[in-house]
Design a protein around this ligand. Structure first.
Ligand code: ADP
Length: 803
């Protein structure tokens, strides 16, 4: 478990326990160090003191015994008896001596025996039987005893005995030596006294025997455990050697005769040349240390638990407000905003908890406010959700529609792709430009027809110098641009233009402005069809027709003259039958002439060889003149002719031949295609800047399904073909070409409105059973500029038709 994850309470407890432990360990270590030092010092002092005190004790004991011996030997009676014996050698003196010493030894328990030696070294008296008469003249206690009191250890009966001897003096003369054998019990008691030596301590005493070896007069305490008993090892012997050398010293970490580590102190008892060593096992000292340590440890453990308990309590008291605060936060976090931590503590945590309570109070208030708002907003949201639901379903519907539209669009796109491919590969020249004529698209046909590649033309203006439009006639191009751009109308027509290589070509052109909803040009689509070859073929055909017609004119003229001559009777009078046949020839020839004339006129128009020679022309006079030419047939058909000529009409600079051809064709048609008793009306009006020519009739009219083809070359409507076989279908074609060439227009309406509904003509069929039949009538309208026609030099003028 990480420290950071612990509760504050445990942290406080842990920290204080760690602090405590560290302190205790330090204290323990210091204490241990101190105690062990102290122990060692104590042991040292103790051992030194023991060595010293035991030495003194032994010394005192020995001195006391010396004194006791002196007390015994200094008795006057004894000394006198000895002196007397030395002189006399009387038995009585001996008895006196013996009695006195026997008497003297009785209270002195430690004296084993007392002996009195004569100057010769012979035992003269003894408290114990068997010693009298023994010669001790060579014994050191006798030799030394003559001079002064001394102490000697002598081997006796398998052990050592302590001898004390001293001179016996009478009248300043040595008369003998007093000697006592001291029981070793007293010495042994002192040595073996364990006071201050603990469990393993002991005191040893030794002396040097006559051979200079160390001898231990009293039994050693742990002798039984020692092996070998008398170790002559330098290290082991060291403290005692030092003691025997007269040194009082201390030995750390010495070895004793048991080979045990010991602490030892030495001293020397001069009076008896005794070395003394007090020693104690190091293990015991360490044991003491260990016990002190154990004690410290026990105290530490007790302290630890006490401290642990206290720190637990303390940390509990310190952390309780925090825990309360935490519980409070949990409660509040769980949603119980009414909960109060309510800590009374005056410390920072107490203040914090009170601030927390007041904060929670204000949170509770704002939460109530928020709840209220949330409730309101939830209501609002639920209503919005409904709206959204509706919107969603609407959107889903739209999406479905969009999906359908998408499918359609995809279909459209694929159609469009096909369409694009078709356009791209169409044989026609197809171009799309923007509203300013800048080319946005050009198909392959453009290059094929104009010689300009699409790379060359894209991004350029169609009419610019570097494009085919620039090779076009300036005027034609301006008219075209005026129409499509300014008037926003489609331009349809045939043009001559030049290819990139300068070659001339003919095209049918259709340029349409594409407008937006506001009627503004968005772009233009131009389609051109190269009709050069067709035109060349047409030209060849027209030239052929022209040639053939010319060739036919001469024989037809001859036929005409001869027929006229025959009818005039120049070749003799004709029978009725002959006259009928010649009439047929003449009429047929007339039709041929008019056909050839028409063909010639058409070929001149088409070949552009028609000359225009404008002169001031009176249109009304021209109309009247033509009507005059038609008088015969008008009368035959009992047609009613109405003519309305505007008085203000000026004379117009126009080619009279051409104007005549116009009136001839239109009026001939009206007369031809109007049944008997019908009406024909000619109206000339001034409609600035034009003259309007209206030629109306109450005739058969033009069937609506054929109206579009009426100006086509050699076209005749079905309703007239059955009634009149003589038409060529070239008249209207020619008129239209002439009018448009002169800058005018031609159109018609059928049924005609010129006579009003009431005046609708009723045809009375020749076949009575067919009954009456309404004819719709036709009105042709022509406008020509009042300004007249432009003069044109040409090789040919128009041939007039003659009926
Ligand atoms: P056509 O020689 O047949 O008269 P046009 O070119 O003059 O040839 O006229 C072409 C056709 O137009 C006629 O065949 C006829 O069907 C129709 N047409 C022309 N004028 C009239 C008219 N006034 N009333 C009815 N049909 C007419």
């Amino acid at each position: 478990m990480k420290f950071a994850n612990l509760s504050i309470r445990n942290k406080i407890a842990l920290v204080s326990i760690i602090q405590f432990t560290v302190v205790i360990i330090l204290v323990g270590l210091i204490l241990n160090l101190f105690v062990s030092k102290l122990t060692v010092r104590e042991v040292r002092n103790n051992l030194l003191a023991t060595a010293q005190s035991r030495s003194s004790h032994i010394e005192t004991y020995l001195k006391d015994n010396i004194q006791l011996l002196q007390l015994v030997t200094s008795r006057t009676a004894l000394r006198k008896a000895l002196a007397s014996y030395n002189e006399t050698g009387s038995e009585a003196d001996l008895a006196t001596l013996t009695n006195i010493i026997k008497d003297a030894i009785t209270p002195i328990a430690q004296f084993e025996r007392i002996c009195i030696l004569g100057l010769s070294g012979k035992v003269v008296a003894s408290t114990s039987e068997g010693y009298c008469g023994k010669d001790a003249s060579s014994a050191n206690f006798f030799i030394g005893g003559l001079k002064s009191e001394g102490i000697y250890f002598l081997e006796e009966e398998g052990g050592y005995k302590l001898y004390i001897s001293g001179p016996m003096i009478l009248d300043d003369k040595v008369i003998g030596v007093g000697m006592t054998v001291l029981r070793l019990d007293g010495l042994e008691d002192i040595v073996s006294n364990r006071t201050g030596l603990g469990e393993t301590g002991e005191v040893l005493v030794a002396f040097h025997n006559a051979a200079g070896e160390r001898e231990y007069p009293v039994r050693r305490l742990f002798e039984e455990a020692a092996a070998p008993l008398n170790v002559q090892n330098e290290e082991i012997a060291y403290p005692m050697k030092q003691a025997l050398a007269g040194k009082a010293d201390y030995f750390e970490n010495a070895l004793d005769y048991r080979n045990q580590k010991v602490e030892a102190a030495s001293s020397f008892i001069e009076i008896a040349n005794l070395g003394l060593v007090a020693k104690i096992d190091r293990s015991e000292i360490l044991e003491i240390n260990r016990q002190i340590l154990m004690l410290i440890l026990v105290i530490f453990i007790i302290f630890f638990f006490v401290y642990y308990f206290i720190s637990k309590k303390v940390s509990y008291f310190i952390s309780k407000p925090i825990a309360d605060l935490h519980r409070g936060i949990e409660q509040i976090g769980g949603g119980n905003l009414d909960y109060k931590v309510g800590t009374q503590a005056q410390d920072e945590i107490g203040q914090l908890s009170r601030s927390f309570d007041s904060m929670v109070e204000s949170i509770a208030e704002s939460r109530a406010e928020v709840d209220k708002r949330v409730e309101e907003q939830t209501k609002e949201l639920s209503s919005k959700t409904k709206v959204l639901e509706n919107q969603k379903s609407a959107i889903l519907n739209i999406l479905e529609d969009v999906e359908e539209e998408k499918e359609k669009s995809q279909q459209l796109a694929s159609d469009l792709e096909k369409f694009k491919l078709a356009v791209e590969n169409a044989s026609d020249h197809i171009v799309i430009t923007d509203a300013e004529g800048i080319i946005l698209y050009a198909n392959k046909g453009v290059e094929r027809i104009t010689g300009f590649s699409s790379e060359e033309v894209l991004g350029h203006k169609a009419g610019s110098k570097e494009n085919w439009g620039g090779l076009m006639d300036e005027k034609v191009y301006q008219d075209l641009w005026q129409k499509i751009k300014k008037e926003k109308k489609a331009f349809v027509g045939e043009l001559k233009n030049h290819r990139k290589n300068g070659e001339e070509y003919d095209v049918k052109v259709g340029i349409s402005p594409i407008l937006d909803e506001k009627g503004e040009v968005v772009f233009f689509v131009g389609i051109e069809l190269d009709v050069t070859k067709e035109r060349q073929v047409d030209k060849a055909k027209t030239e052929f027709v022209s040639l053939a017609s010319h060739q036919l004119r001469t024989p037809l003229s001859a036929i005409n003259w001869y027929a006229e001559m025959l009818l005039a009777g120049d070749a003799g009078k004709l029978s009725k039958k002959q006259k009928d046949f010649v009439d047929e020839i003449y009429n047929g020839n007339q039709r041929m002439v008019s056909l050839v004339n028409a063909l010639l006129n058409v070929s001149r128009i088409e070949l552009g060889t028609l000359a225009i020679d404008p002169k001031p022309t009176d249109f009304s006079a021209m109309a009247e003149s033509v009507l005059g030419e038609l008088k015969k047939i008008i009368t035959e058909k009992e047609l009613v002719i109405e003519s309305k000529y505007d008085n203000s009409l000026p004379q117009i600079d126009a080619d009279p031949n051409i104007i005549r051809i116009i009136f001839q064709n239109l009026l001939t048609n009206s007369v031809k295609y109007t049944p008997e008793k019908g009406k024909v009306m000619v109206v000339l009006e001034k409609k600035e800047p034009n003259i309007l020519i209206k030629i109306a009739d109450t005739g058969y009219g033009i069937p609506s399904d054929q109206k579009e083809r009426i100006f086509e070359k050699m076209f005749r409507a079905d309703n007239v073909k059955e009634r009149d076989a003589g038409g060529t279908g070239l008249g209207l074609y020619l008129v239209k070409a002439i009018v448009e060439d002169a800058g005018g227009k031609i159109w018609f309406e059928s049924p005609s409105l010129a006579f009003g509904k009431a005046s609708a003509f009723i045809e009375i069929s020749a076949d009575k059973s067919a009954g009456k039949k309404e004819t719709p009538g036709t009105t042709f309208f022509i406008t020509l500029p009042l300004s007249g026609m432009q003069k044109k030099e040409g090789s040919k003028t128009l041939s007039e038709e003659k009926l």
